[in-house]
Design a protein around this ligand. Sequence first.
Ligand code: GTQ
Ligand code: FE2
Length: 317
Amino acid sequence: MKDLDSLYAAIDALSLEGGWHRKTPSLWPEPRKNFLPYLWRYAQVKPILEAAGHLVDHAMADRRNLTMTNPVAGNLYATARTMVAAYQSIRPGECALAHRHTPNALRIILEGHGCYTTVNGTRVEMRPGDVLLTPSWNWHAHESVGTDECFWVDVLDVPLVHLLEPMFFERHPDQLESEIHNVAECPLACRWEDSLRRLDSAPRQTGAMAEQEVELGTPTPALKTMAVHAQRLSAGCVTPVHQSTANAIFTVIEGSGTTVVDGQALDWQRGDVFVVPAWRTHQHRVSERTHLIRVSDEPVMQAFDFLFKQNTPASAP
Ligand code: GTQ
Ligand code: FE2
């Protein structure tokens, strides 16, 4: 090989690339901010789900869900790099048939009573504020047997499964599981009243990302890839500025306030969902006592020693 041009041609022909003349870097000094901060308002979504309830026959949709697609250019599905969130509704008398998939899922209940989920043969009621867990490859079906239309937020690790590629999905051959046990409580149902009780006795932390926070799930993390935390913030509180390599999706269970995500103010209220993507700073300012559910991919980051986080104290107003 006589010159650099022929060297590079020879490298290129073998689908190789010289690390010393890469067109785009493969390493950089700190995490890039890719996914965008964004807020979905329940008050805007709920009428659409209700209309879909009339216009979209449940039989033709496995699930009546609305995926919260992050508006970053090129993204078609994910809410954050590793997770997707969706609003889902189910009308009285409807049944979302059993299926299973490798992605882990959880549901945060917003509204409605008389709604049940059956996970691997165990049938439990889902009530507002509860977090219901559906670990990987567990059969699951949902139904509303009362008079309420029920609304909840799903969070799944589907984008992580897309990245790693171990996707499997199948519908139940009999549409529903045949052996079902009704239970009042089970470890997959994290009850809101338990979360409240635990928050009552949780230490108040001034330097933390929330005044009070407890981790849900027995054992923790709630799912192998996703951790669930309940946060309590008192009226008027301003949290430190938090930054993490983990992605987080917040659901507002109670209260109202503003979260400044990387300089962008997101004003939220009950039922809203907002995303704090990796390395985007966030700071909560709440106007009334607030409860948030924070779902994050911290377990994934932790497993590989990729979790880096820091708090900067709130500056005086
Ligand atoms: O309820 O089983 O939002 O499988 C996305 C995929 C919900 C579910 C979603 C699902 C489900
Ligand atoms: Fe599912």
